[in-house]
Write a new protein. Structure first.
Length: 432
């Protein structure tokens, strides 16, 4: 086997040595005529056919050769795009060649740089909520186990038995034992996990631990948002594929504070009014999965309710909202003392709007008040999607907090028609 090496950029833009060697391997069956197999920064070539590394999760040896674990996006004439397992099998009697090329392909697929040293197996702490959504979490993780094994992933799986279990347990877990954490549930268990992380003494380090999610709830907004910005189909296989690839994306945390209570943390949205109504009151139809939201939304649109209260907020500096990525882990320190906060990565990302007034106090300078009035909804959204349905806020990019306030005086429903801001706010609920 002849090897040549040179400096060339990988898919992530970093500079690593790219393996430019080739080998003759039988492809498809042991008796097939050997073809030239080679690999570069983006493709694996077998004869005249090329396969994208972005669709691979790795390779493993087996008696007689090696198997490349390939999940291309396929589309039928009447079906949506989805990833299907299409293994690429190569055959050789030389076990050293098989082992070497399995390592080369696995490292390239995971953006670890090209080399023949086998990459370490990845250990992931996995929390599964078997009661989430319509109850399909067990089957989802069982279906994903084969893919994870092909990707050299070992799971330490914990099945939850009660609400709040993950939030309590994660405070004392030695996270250094794991590469990442996987949540198999809906958005509620992710919120539990994040609040447990923020309760740790080492939260500034623990919050940097990557976590992933396999959608098993009713709405699955976070998983849907990740797949939407990654151009992946909305199905569990694609969610598992993203976990197997192991690439990460930053996400801002948001802090919520109510009088006489400690701060709570989230990453998806905060709602008041119509959206909360739909979410909470549709719980009786949890067994229906995501359809529960559609059914109850139709009911609420036919029987419109109004909500009374006052809202105070600090608008963005230009009044239009800003777009940007997280300013970094240092901004998370501010979460301990704020009501709702977003830190975009603009030039003034760390500019302080001044101390927040205590909840219920008189409005301070710089705050805008919408006095006692009639509202349809208030929705603070940090992701492009709140569930697997249509985009709730086309103006809301991933990881940028936006607020939708719908202020009405008639029994009409101008859906999300009012101004969108990046703001801090609180709500004073009042009865009329």
């Amino acid at each position: 086997m002849h090897n040549e090496q040179r400096q060339t950029p990988l898919l992530d833009g970093s500079s690593h040595e790219s393996y430019r060697g080739s080998v003759q391997l039988a492809f498809g069956t042991p008796k097939s005529k050997p073809v030239k197999v080679s690999i570069d920064e983006s493709q694996l070539s077998a004869g005249a056919t090329t396969y994208e590394l972005r669709d691979m999760i790795g390779a493993t040896t087996n008696p007689g050769g090696l198997t490349v674990h390939y999940y291309p996006l396929t589309t039928g004439c009447c079906s949506k795009p989805q990833r299907r397992y299409s293994p690429l099998r190569f055959f050789t009697r030389d076990t050293k060649v098989a082992t070497s090329w399995a390592s080369i392909i696995t490292r390239a697929a995971r953006h670890l740089g090209i080399g023949e040293d086998p990459p370490p197996r990845r250990k992931i702490l996995c929390y599964v909520n078997p009661f989430s959504g319509s109850g399909g979490a067990r089957q989802i993780i069982q279906d994903a186990v084969k893919m994870f094994d092909r990707a050299h992933i070992d799971l330490n799986t914990v099945y939850t038995k009660r609400e709040g279990q993950v939030e309590e347990e994660i405070v004392g877990v030695d996270l250094d034992k794991y590469e990442s954490v996987l949540i198999v549930s809906g958005d509620g268990l992710v919120m539990e996990y994040l609040n447990g992380i923020m309760a740790r003494k080492d939260w500034e380090q623990a919050i940097s631990k990557p976590f992933g999610i396999l959608p098993a709830g009713s709405g699955n907004g976070l998983s849907a948002s990740i797949r939407q910005v990654s151009d992946e189909p909305m199905d569990p296989t694609s969610a598992a594929f993203l976990v197997a690839k192991g690439q990460t994306r930053p996400l801002d945390l948001v802090s919520f504070k109510q009088p006489q209570s400690k701060p709570r943390y989230g990453m998806l949205s905060l709602s008041w009014g119509l959206i909360s109504d739909i979410d909470i009151n549709s719980e009786i139809c949890r067994c229906c999965g995501a359809a529960r939201f559609t059914a109850y939304a139709i009911l609420r649109l036919l029987c419109t309710r109004t909500y009374y209260g006052s809202i105070r907020y600090i608008p963005s500096s230009d009044g239009k909202g800003r777009r940007g990525r997280s300013a970094g882990i240092k901004s998370l320190r501010q979460l301990k003392n704020q009501a709702i906060i977003s830190q975009p990565a603009s030039a003034d990302a760390k500019k302080d709007d001044g101390p927040d007034p205590e909840l219920g106090a008189e409005r301070a300078v710089g705050w805008v008040e919408v006095p006692n009035d009639t509202f349809t909804l208030l929705w603070a959204v940090n992701t492009p999607m709140a569930d697997v349905g249509p985009l709730p806020l086309p103006l809301c990019p991933h990881n940028t907090l936006h607020i939708a306030i719908d202020n009405i005086h008639a029994r009409t429903m101008p859906w999300l028609s009012s101004a969108v801001h990046e703001i801090r706010l609180w709500i004073d609920r009042q009865k009329k």
